[in-house]
Design a binder for this molecule. Sequence first.
Ligand SMILES: [Zn+2]
Length: 361
Amino acid sequence: MASRSWVRPAVALLALLGPAASAHAWDRPQGLGYVDGITYFNDAARASDLVTVEPIGTSVAGLPIAAVVVTRAARPEDAIRVLVICRQHGHEPGSERAACQVVDAWRHDADPKTVRRLRRVAFILIPYANPDGAVADRRGNAHGLDLNRDWQARTQPETQAVERAFLEWQPHLVLDCHVFDPQDPNGPWAGEARDLLEAYQRGDHVSDTARALQRALARRQNLTGWPVRESYSDRGFRLSLAHRHFAANHGAPSLLFECGRRQVEPFAALFRNTLAELGDDPGRWKPALDNLRGLRSWRAPERRNEPIALPLYLRPVRLRRAQEPAGSGDFRPPVTVPLAGIAGAAMVTYALVGLLRRRRS
Ligand SMILES: [Zn+2]
């Protein structure tokens, strides 16, 4: 057996206690708790026809994974659809708070410009792609596995759930949201002051549409005061990361967003900028993106609103010791060395041999 640790019950208790005494739970400095976030979207879906929530799966520890569909489009097939993956790494908060913040603002925004944009764009938000990790403030899921190294094989229920949501909604664009620590001297982007917007390209080929979309979003991020570096990863890189998987295996323009500021606002700006870019110029983007993905005759599933049933209490999430694969290596199933078993067998053998020797002598 791999060694296990129990997440301090206090973490679960804190998550259970719900929002602190502030106007919005996401105003608190730490990451928005899983229960708070899901409760917010459940309530928003009840109160507003902008929002529907759907359960799309269950984590290793049994927590529901939600997809939140945000649009005013009468028919989702007429909208430009954007899949947003938040908090795939449980210890990288920010994007889930930004999702709540932005959806809350859009719900109450009667500006005809915002309403028009939301008729042309549909967001499929996964606010907690890794509920176990979010509750425990850990990178991996309850198996201790880094989900963002599991996309090639998709061995975990969390990656399988998001894959199902992708296949159901056939998004034109995928945004995968992460956080890096520029203070970490060993981190890949130590000292870097800008966020990262990375696309995947095959060799020297990346679709003009995907590249143009990356540039347009980068330009808007720069203009709104959250400068990004644009980068590409290509054939030489493993496809076990979400954005590379969706780009290489499904042909969807997919961007890895790495925020280096430990703030919510750069994520919120990215979501607002995506809505503005796609919603103001659908004539430019919709046909190009439909062609790229071969989606002109695609028909959307019926939108159904199904509030996420949260457990009455959060059991302590049983975590295996975190297994942090180095760099961009592929996920490999954990090799559990039964050390206790080997030691036990050795002791029993030693005792038996000793016993036999004593009998013979
Ligand atoms: Zn990450």
